[in-house]
Design a protein around this ligand. Structure first.
Ligand SMILES: O=C(O)CCC(=O)C(=O)O
Ligand SMILES: [Fe+2]
Length: 299
């Protein structure tokens, strides 16, 4: 079976010394260590990396984010969680009666806004899905060591899951990385090609599945890009007592179809996005309303 680690090595090898390899245990690929590469502006994917994303549905970018940005986002995550802003935004998103946006959204926090439009990230996404993509949503959280795992699921937004002509991509940012004392991320390569409900594998809970790839050791500032239809799970370990897990995710949708918004105040979020400091000429669709269908209240 072809594992992407070889490709990480070749990518890493052209930037820094070779990676330290990997461990294969009971048919599960454990990826323990990466060397990092933090690009200033752009990062050219090679053909193997693009092919891997296409075939397997994910791409790991170890240490993509500069440490200064990571530190600033982390302090905002603390504020977001500790002052109740996160809880307020969740409450507002669950109250479709009101289209009123909370006074502060994730992307209003300056470093979060910077992360959302981080040029090397947008550059990689454009190499994977083309230059036309629109921001869908951003979430920010600090996972306590005893936070339960999240069962196998995917996050592809479609009212009735029926086709996969256009890509949606989730950028999962692990600000402090992942270490073996924290919950890890498991993905099921290739599963994004199936047309399935988000919860089609929920019966497996967070258990290992044949063919999965499990990430339990990533350096600080790492980003895992997922095709949003890829099945994945957050898997905790027994007796986990490690550090909090700083986690921000932001999603981006390929243009050319209408995407369902997930928050009643989605228009306002896009409006605020258009005020961020980014290259509008390079990313004209990034916060454009016309790529969305109307908000529909969940049943
Ligand atoms: O915590 C993680 O590593 C992944 C979380 C996740 O999949 C989600 O929030 O949808
Ligand atoms: Fe997810």
């Amino acid at each position: 079976m072809l594992f992407p680690v070889a490709r990480y090595d070749s990518w890493v090898a052209c930037c820094v010394p070779a990676s330290t390899g990997f461990l294969l245990r009971k048919g599960i690929l454990i990826v323990p260590a990466y060397r990092t590469y933090t690009p200033e502006r752009s990062l050219r994917l090679d053909a193997a990396q693009s092919a891997q994303f296409e075939q397997s549905g994910y791409l790991v970018l170890p240490g993509l984010l500069p440490s200064g940005l990571v530190e600033r986002v982390k302090s905002e995550v603390d504020r977001w969680v500790d002052t109740g802003l996160r809880a307020q935004t969740i409450a507002a998103a669950l109250d479709p009666a009101s289209c009123e946006a909370p006074a502060v959204l994730e992307l209003d926090l300056p470093a979060h806004g910077e992360l959302l439009v981080h040029e090397p990230l947008l550059g990689v996404i454009s190499q994977l899905v083309g230059p036309g993509f629109v921001h869908h949503h951003m979430h920010s959280d600090r996972h306590a060591p005893d936070l339960p795992g999240k069962p196998w699921h995917h996050d592809y937004e479609q009212h009735v899951q029926s086709y996969r002509t256009h890509a949606m991509v989730h950028a999962l940012h692990y600000l402090d990385g992942i270490d073996p004392d924290m919950a890890g991320l498991a993905v099921l390569p290739g599963s994004h090609h199936e047309v399935a409900d988000k919860s089609a594998r929920a019966h497996a809970g967070t258990d290992p599945l044949p063919g999965e790839v499990f990430f339990e050791d990533l350096p600080p500032g790492s980003t895992v890009l997922l095709h949003s239809a890829l099945f994945h799970t957050r898997r905790t370990k027994p007796g986990q007592t490690g550090r909090p897990r700083y986690f921000v995710d932001a999603s981006y949708c390929q243009t050319g179809t209408l995407w369902p918004p997930v928050k009643p105040f989605w228009r306002e979020a896009l409006r605020r996005g258009r005020q961020l400091d980014y290259d509008e000429a390079a990313w004209p669709e990034l916060f454009a309303e016309r790529h969305f269908s109307e908000y529909v209240k969940p049943q």
